[in-house]
Ligand binder design. Sequence first.
Ligand SMILES: Nc1ncnc2c1ncn2[C@@H]1O[C@H](COP(=O)(O)OP(=O)(O)OP(=O)(O)O)[C@@H](O)[C@H]1O
Length: 316
Amino acid sequence: MTTTAAGPTAGPTAAPDTAVVSFEDVSKSYGDVRAVEGLTLSLHPGETVALLGPNGAGKSSTLDLLLGLRHPDSGRVRLFGTSPREAVVAGRIGAMLQSGGLMEDVTVAELVGLVVSLHPRPYPVGEVLARAGVTQIADRMVNKLSGGQEQRVRFALATAGANDLIVLDEPTTGMDVTARQAFWATMREQADAGRTVLFATHYLEEADAIADRVLVLHKGRLLADGTAAEIKARAGARHVSFELADAADAAPLRELPLLTSLEITGGRVRIQSRDADETVRAVYALGLRPRDLEVTALGLEQAFVAITEAEEARTA
Ligand SMILES: Nc1ncnc2c1ncn2[C@@H]1O[C@H](COP(=O)(O)OP(=O)(O)OP(=O)(O)O)[C@@H](O)[C@H]1O
């Protein structure tokens, strides 16, 4: 498990200029706020990469820098060995951002048609509409769409042509389950075709299921970079849970070292521990007789919380 992009799990090694994306010691502040700090990373063809971080961690700022919508105060951002602007103009990037309204006085088909007509390597309009699940609403005015429908239209615009890099900021917010599944199926196809997909999300289960690489940002810095499994392993903690015949017996457990949380509901004890083996030994050493003992790894969401909270405590 690495904490920077320079380590062994940072993806295939490649010279920065052959990478799809390279950030070289990039920093960006807004007044006193350090939004991105010393960010160095490379993304490679065919990778599906999730960008995670608490509110204000710098995810949107990172994507804005990547797309050339903002410029770094220091450091350098390169896409395909060129500037972000050149890569965007060459039609190599498809983006789906949170901000920015859609053009209003047009139908869905007209808007998609316009974006397709401007793309250097366009797909047929019908195919773009169908892929995003908006064929049924193609004649609807854009300003009459629901939030979820708007999001599908943004998805259509981001996949209007053959892009080499697809950048998505909170792409599935507002989408229903069907739209969400169709969306990720399409993104998988894109990655399988060798494209790079980078998405920022607060849905950690999506990152766990979809991404083959996870970046965790915290206060503008890259805190972790690895597969979801590596991030979970790095958090180190495990869940230990068991039944006790008498819940009152659980009181001494509160004194155990290594616990990050302890919850007792009915006769069931649920512990989060930094060392599950040691905790289980300690439970027996207390003379308890646990039944139905389970030890499980943390999910990505819990690992993410553990890693970012540890960093908060370290930097407080
Ligand atoms: N235009 C701006 N002017 C001033 N401060 C800004 C601006 N844009 C972002 N910030 C600040 O920069 C920091 C990083 O913000 P950013 O939007 O990149 O984070 P984020 O990880 O995308 O957050 P969220 O998950 O809430 O969308 C935050 O402290 C935010 O308040």
